[in-house]
Design a binder for this molecule. Sequence first.
Ligand SMILES: [Zn+2]
Length: 163
Amino acid sequence: MSAYTINAFEFCRLAESATGTTPVAELPRLCADVHDNKGELTWSFQGGRHSEGLAQLSLAVSGEVSLVCQRCLTPFNQSINAHSRLVLVADEEQAEEVEQRLDDENLDVIVGSAVMDLLVLVEDEALLSLPLSPRHDVCPKGAQAVGDSKRESPFAVLKKLKE
Ligand SMILES: [Zn+2]
């Protein structure tokens, strides 16, 4: 548990906010996916309410990490600039029901808790914002860039991975 553990429902009810900067080196799952542990992520959370009265957490993560290009195998800096709106519910059953009812691809429904670690959410957001097949727009040797295919909602991808 990190110093950034919150009661997510209270955080939203009281419309609290939190910001911070965390070195990539302190995020082990992210470290495993990047070329080196240099750099840091700046993040912010804002608690609030969805129009239906549900707890809603807005999250922004930005920074830069080093990835290895899959085409020329040299490292390059990848900017992270990710935003999410998370609707918090009590359990998986409610998550499914709310997700279907809201049917809003701009937000993700997750199970909240009284002991949520903000850094876990930051790390998830950063990981899911990384390209599946990292590569330079234009490799230093001058190879042609290949267009990225459309990405799914990061939390939808995460959910599939957990299933
Ligand atoms: Zn390259």
